[in-house]
Design a protein around this ligand. Structure first.
Ligand code: UT7
Length: 329
């Protein structure tokens, strides 16, 4: 059986922008259709932030939600890790804005850039820091306003993404519940299959004559799809093997919500029935680092996560980065 847990989820929260963009709305902008988007991705709608929304405001709302749920005061938080690629500004870290907005004056705060794997990377980083630095309570958050870097003329990508934030408060485990194991992976040789070329030091925003399309998401969709299925399958298998857990022991799998066909392909390889695979990509689209913590919060608040449930989580994203984690709730 898996090793003893060191940290557990004490509370969770989420925040979604109010505005909803449907597939029909998108078909007014680009040559696409509700039928194509639903059948190729499973997405029906996504939440989108109004232009000018600060990610830190959404993150603060989700974090406050999680703190209330955990019954922990902001001052008791020692560590804030925000997985994001769409922070308020280039610097400082959006986690620092969040620390100030929460009044979490005792927390060390930083952003973690691992795209869709940001939340699961954050969990393992928090576990390590909590073990070595004496931190008792941590906020681990995945949050994105991905629509701020979407090219609304590019039908290949603009239909896929949505905005949102999910957060958890972590604390010392009671020995039974919590994070049992996690595996993190990276392979930078595929970096340019999914990236945003502009806006960094290589192609600064003020570059004369730069093509505005360079400042948005570029993705070789079919290649990313293939890698996602293979990588998610292998890291989940590694997780189960290393934890000494059979697939049939899992009560639920929470896969990254990028595309229903990717989720179904991974589930099929593990012979997991639909009832054991969580899906909400239809309502949110791909919210990158936020997708797993939003799902966790939905499941905790709806009561679907029963006491003692063994939950696998698996994700894949730009970098490439990918990861899996096993938790007992
Ligand atoms: O979160 C990080 C990980 N990201 C992912 O995991 C995303 C991975 N990739 C995907 O989910 C899928 O590859 C997409 C949903 C992006 C695309 O689905 P696909 O089945 O791989 O389609 P495709 O790119 O092979 O394109 C098939 C056709 C093309 O037309 P032709 O060349 O066959 O005539 C595209 O031009 O579909 C066309 N197409 C569209 N048609 C209507 C592409 N986007 C659209 C669209 N509406 N929005």
């Amino acid at each position: 059986m898996p090793k003893k847990t060191q940290i557990m989820v004490l509370g969770s929260g989420r925040a979604l922008p109010e505005k909803i963009l449907t597939n029909d709305d998108l078909s007014q902008r680009v040559d696409t259709s509700d039928t194509w988007i639903r059948s190729r991705t499973g997405i029906c709608q996504r939440h989108v932030a109004e232009p000018g929304t600060a990610l830190s405001d959404l993150v603060t709302a989700a974090a406050q939600n999680a703190l209330e749920d955990a019954k922990i005061a902001a001052e008791e938080i020692d560590l804030i890790i925000l997985g994001t690629v769409t922070g308020d500004m280039k610097f400082p870290a959006t986690a620092c804005f969040v620390q100030a907005k929460l009044g979490a004056k005792n927390a060390v705060a930083f952003d973690l850039s691992a795209a869709c794997a940001g939340f699961l990377y954050g969990l393992q980083v928090a576990e390590g820091l909590m073990a070595t630095s004496g931190y008792k309570h941590a906020l681990v958050i995945g949050g994105e306003i991905l629509t701020s870097m979407v090219n609304w003329q590019d039908r290949d990508t603009c239909v896929l993404f949505g905005d949102g934030v999910g957060a958890v408060v972590l604390g010392p485990s009671d020995g039974e519940h919590g994070l049992l194991h996690s595996c993190l992976k990276s392979d930078g040789t595929f970096a340019k299959l999914l990236y945003n070329p502009g806006g960094g030091s290589l192609l600064p925003p003020a570059t004369p004559g730069a093509d505005p399309a360079e400042f948005s998401i570029h993705m070789a969709g079919a290649d990313v799809f293939r890698h996602a299925v293979t990588a998610m399958t292998s890291v989940l298998q590694q997780l189960l093997d290393e934890a000494g857990v059979q697939t049939s022991d899992l009560d639920l799998l929470i896969p990254h919500q990028a595309n229903l066909r990717i989720i179904e392909a991974v589930a099929k390889r593990f012979h997991l029935p639909k009832s054991k695979v969580f899906v909400n990509v239809d309502r949110y689209g791909n919210t990158s680092a936020a997708s797993i913590p939003i799902a966790l919060d939905e499941l905790r608040r709806s009561g679907e996560l029963k006491e003692g449930a063994l939950v696998g989580m698996v994700t894949f994203g730009a970098g490439f980065t990918w990861a899996a984690a096993l938790m007992r709730f």
